[in-house]
Design a protein around this ligand. Structure first.
Ligand SMILES: [Zn+2]
Length: 274
């Protein structure tokens, strides 16, 4: 069984097909799909999708790329939505949150400050509710880590990880797993491949980030969670391990770092290695 720890199944690119795509992914062995929110406007959509599909769970948060349009009041909306959803077993994390200093319009001083404010305030919400976080970090690994050291949350996932070995270790030390996906499939991604091959498997989770981050065999077409087994197979080849071990351990890693998903999945399904 594979686990897609990060998939935007409610994205407009999927139209109304998110549900059937989740079902087809399940037939290919994708046992769980975690759907992060990106703005208050899609909180209801991600929750509804996770409720319609037996293999889906969701997270609530404001993505850094949506911070320019976000209002201060959206943070209160997030806090209220999370408070209301704590009784909902399908809510498993706060996300997608973080910092993006790759997108030019997000780098200007005022916007960098607004991003940092939204990131910090959302970490506080995660801390207050005891929820793990799904992190987006582009050109911002050290700043992401700096805030994690200041506002302590119960771990989570550094999604689409693309930092150094030292930064990877810093996330691991803070209770995080590192998310790898389609970027691995590009033969020229030498540094990323080396990292994914050499990190302990216990530190790695798989993700598609669909509809984005299409693997090389689809690029630039729309990505989907159905690609996860093939991406996982490639990781297994890079590591010289059996695909079945990579599937089992990376899935267990997601459950280890998202305890509410583990609860949803049922403790009986946890492998003995945990
Ligand atoms: Zn994402």
């Amino acid at each position: 069984m594979w686990t897609d720890s990060h998939c935007h199944l409610d994205a407009p690119e999927f139209g109304a097909d998110g549900g059937s795509i989740a079902q087809r992914a399940a037939q290919l062995g994708v046992g769980w799909i975690v759907i992060p929110a990106v703005a208050t406007a899609n909180f209801a959509a991600v929750a509804a999708l996770a409720h319609r599909q037996s293999n889906c769970a969701y997270a609530l948060g404001i993505h850094p790329i949506f911070v320019p349009q976000a209002q201060e009041s959206d943070l209160a909306v997030l806090r209220q939505s999370v408070a209301a959803a704590m009784a909902d077993s399908r809510l498993v994390a706060i996300g997608e949150i973080g910092l993006d200093f790759f997108v030019p319009e997000l780098k200007a001083a005022a916007m960098a400050e607004k991003q940092t404010h939204f990131y910090r305030e959302q970490l506080k919400i995660a801390r207050d509710f005891g929820l793990p976080v799904l992190l987006h970090a582009r050109r911002a690994q050290d700043l992401i880590l700096k805030q994690l050291r200041a506002i302590s949350v119960p771990g989570g996932i550094a999604h689409a990880f693309n930092g150094s070995l030292q930064q990877a270790q810093a996330f691991i030390d803070l209770g995080f797993k590192l998310g790898f996906g389609g970027a691995l499939t590009f033969p020229r991604a030498l540094q990323l491949r080396r990292l994914a091959a050499n990190l302990p498997l216990e530190a790695i989770v798989l993700e598609t980030d669909a509809p984005d981050m299409a693997p090389v065999w689809l690029h630039p077409a729309r990505n989907s969670p159905q690609q996860l087994p093939r991406i996982g197979q490639l990781l297994a080849e890079l590591r010289g391990q059996a695909a079945s071990d990579v599937a089992r351990i990376t899935s267990a890693n997601v459950l280890a770092v998202l305890p509410r998903l583990a609860h949803l999945a049922g403790a009986a399904h946890l492998p003995e290695s945990l």
